[in-house]
Write a protein that binds this ligand. Structure first.
Ligand code: AMP
Length: 111
């Protein structure tokens, strides 16, 4: 178990967020402080996939970054977004503030 974060509450629908995509494994919602016209955060939903950071990856969770990237890629394709930036902040020194693994998706194109 990791320390609970605001993203746990968003995943569990206990905190509000502007959710733009959700399936059984992944949720995406708008960043509250966008750094681009489209700024989304992709998070894993399954408890076993939820780790604080890329720094905590193990053999058991090695699939999680790929799951988030693949979901973001499919989302972009479906929404006609053909240019975007994908980023993981890793640790406080890497600018990470929320310790629930998440993929930043930024695009100059609006949703
Ligand atoms: P990071 O630096 O990778 O930990 O980024 C965390 C991101 O979460 C920041 O870009 C914040 O603006 C965003 N954020 C924090 N709280 C919320 C929230 N309640 N809803 C949406 N985005 C949030």
């Amino acid at each position: 178990m990791i320390e609970r974060t605001i993203f746990h509450d968003i995943r569990d629908k206990k905190a509000a967020a502007d959710i733009v995509y959700e399936d059984e494994e992944v949720m995406a919602f708008k960043d509250i402080n966008p750094a681009a016209p489209t700024h989304l955060l992709f998070i894993p939903k399954k408890e076993n996939d939820v780790i604080p950071s890329i720094a905590d990856l193990t053999d058991e969770t090695a699939h999680v970054p790929g799951l988030l990237i693949r979901t973001a890629q499919q989302f972009a394709k479906n929404r006609g977004i053909d240019g975007y930036r994908l980023t993981f902040h890793v640790g406080r020194g890497g600018g990470q503030m929320v310790f629930y693994i998440h993929l930043h998706f930024l695009s100059q194109q609006s949703l």
